[in-house]
Design a protein around this ligand. Structure first.
Ligand code: CAO
Length: 463
């Protein structure tokens, strides 16, 4: 029975890469191309596969060791005849001068190629979407990375730090790794983190793993399976993969919708006077290129309402409520890549003109796919305005871990009874969704009424 030394094959420009996972132990039987260890450089991680089949006799590496091409990974006891057949099937290593010079090459089949290199955090394209923070829950959930609401977005998604085998494991379970907090070195996500995340989600909500396909999603809720229909049997169809931001936002929206008991309170604000002021301001500031839309006023008014009702500017953390003494307001922006939520920091310290300037700049950046992750982080409350498009009301989904969101629809002239006659008034529909675990219906109604009063008489917003 021959002993074979399995070495690190040619892995390109990588030298002194660190062993971060050892996937086999002495006595294990391994097949050709089975992953033995995972190594990681500053920018990427990859699995080193076995060049031969056999039984692991001894490991020559441990976690933390630094390896380069030609380093011995382990010794295998070759099972008689095993590698003759395997070698015939194994893909040959690339014909590089380095591989040809490999002295051990004569004693075992050509090394298989390492698993594809996977880019890690920091190397993700800027148009990727970053996910919003999770609903309060399992300990290993990721912190709010950035928002995409559908936000979750992350419109900037920084790729989570995990080895290929962990990525494969997560894929098998339908887990979106961007939602999992890594407990390994440099916050690397480990197999156990994925397991704990799944346990947490199932235990907390009976909900499916975020990102799970609808077909598999209902089992934990005891629902009947998603209908499987051959649509083509009814007529012509076209199948398009979902865009990346949409997939991420879908997972976030699904989680938020399933985990947060939503209720929406509808109210109307008389913005007749405010609209006059807005038009006047736009006239005055035309030369400076500032355009004030209703959104800037809404932000200012929301900050005042959030200060009066602090539980709306909060997040659940287990059995505690975290009240935030800062007012960073997110707003949903519709972009060609999907919905993202840029955040205006310290909206309480900014005037309406500054808020207008900043929202316009962030919305433009969002549409160009150029928002930095930091520009979508830290939100405490979100406004989603469909006023430029239409509609009379809707049910916005809360952008977890926030506890409320304001949906705004299109204002319209309506006859309003003033006690003696109908008057034409410009009315703005406000739809406030709130997390009923934190906010009672009465509090939501008070918040919305107060907001409506502020908008009707904007002087109150600066009191
Ligand atoms: N009622 C009537 N008109 C309104 C209005 C309202 N509530 N809100 C805005 N408008 C008007 C604006 O005054 C502007 O009119 P003019 O072109 O005549 O000046 C026009 O509608 C377009 O406004 P806008 O949408 O460009 O600007 P905004 O500041 O109101 O909104 C932004 C900016 C980024 C929020 C918006 O462009 C956007 O992306 N909205 C979509 C958000 C979304 O998709 N939410 C859904 C989330 S839930 O799935």
């Amino acid at each position: 029975m021959a002993t074979i030394e399995v070495k690190v094959p040619d892995i390109g420009d990588f030298k002194d890469v660190e062993v971060i996972e050892v996937l086999v132990k002495p006595g294990d039987r391994v097949e050709v191309e089975q992953s033995l260890i995972t190594v990681e450089s500053d920018k990427a991680s990859m699995e080193i596969p076995s060049s031969s089949a056999g039984v692991v006799k001894s490991l020559k590496v441990k976690i933390g060791d630094k390896l380069s091409k030609g380093s011995t990974v382990l010794e295998l006891e070759e099972a008689a005849g095993a590698n003759a057949a395997a070698a015939a099937q194994a893909p040959a290593a690339p014909e590089t001068p380095a591989a040809a010079a490999e002295p051990a090459a004569a004693t075992h089949p050509a090394p298989a190629e390492p698993a594809p290199i996977e880019a890690e955090a920091g190397t993700a394209p800027s148009d990727a979407a970053a996910v919003s923070g999770p609903a309060p829950a399992p300990a290993r959930h990721a912190p709010p990375a950035a928002s995409l609401m559908g936000n979750g977005a992350d419109a900037v998604v920084v790729k989570p730090h995990a080895s290929p085998s962990v990525r494969r494991f997560a894929r098998e379970l339908g887990v979106d790794l961007s939602l999992v907090r890594g407990s390994g070195p440099k916050q690397r996500i480990l197999h156990d983190d994925v397991r704990e995340w799944v346990k947490g989600v199932v235990a907390q909500a009976g909900a499916p793993a975020a990102g799970a396909a609808p077909s598999g999603g209902g089992a934990a809720l005891g629902l009947i399976p998603w209908p499987q229909i051959d649509f083509a049997s009814f007529g012509p169809i076209e199948t398009k993969p979902l865009a990346r931001i949409r997939r991420i936002s879908a997972a976030n929206l699904h989680r938020n919708w399933v985990m947060i008991p939503h209720v929406t309170n509808h109210e109307e604000a008389d913005i007749t006077a405010l609209e006059d002021l807005r038009v006047q301001l736009n006239r005055e500031n035309e030369k400076q290129g500032i355009k004030v839309t209703m959104l800037a006023f809404l932000m200012k008014a929301c900050v005042a309402a959030l200060q009066k009702f602090p539980e709306f500017n909060a997040s659940l953390d287990g059995e505690s409520l975290v009240l935030k003494r800062y007012w960073h307001i997110g707003f949903a922006a519709d972009t060609p890549n999907g919905l993202v939520v840029p955040v205006i920091r310290d909206a309480d310290r900014k005037g309406v003109l500054e808020l207008a300037r900043e929202t316009a700049a962030l919305a433009a950046k969002a549409r160009e796919g150029k928002l930095a992750p930091s520009e979508m982080q830290g939100g405490t409350f979100t406004i989603t305005s469909l006023g430029g498009i239409g509609g009379t009301s809707f049910t916005p989904i809360i952008n977890a871990p926030e506890v409320a969101i304001l949906g705004v629809s299109r204002s319209a002239m309506r006859p309003v009874w003033d006690g003696s006659a109908f008057q034409p008034r410009l009315m703005l529909p406000l739809s406030l969704s709130y997390d009923h675990r934190v906010i009672d219906g009465a509090a939501a109604a008070r918040f919305n009424v107060y907001l409506s009063q502020l908008l009707a008489d904007f002087r109150r917003a600066v009191l």
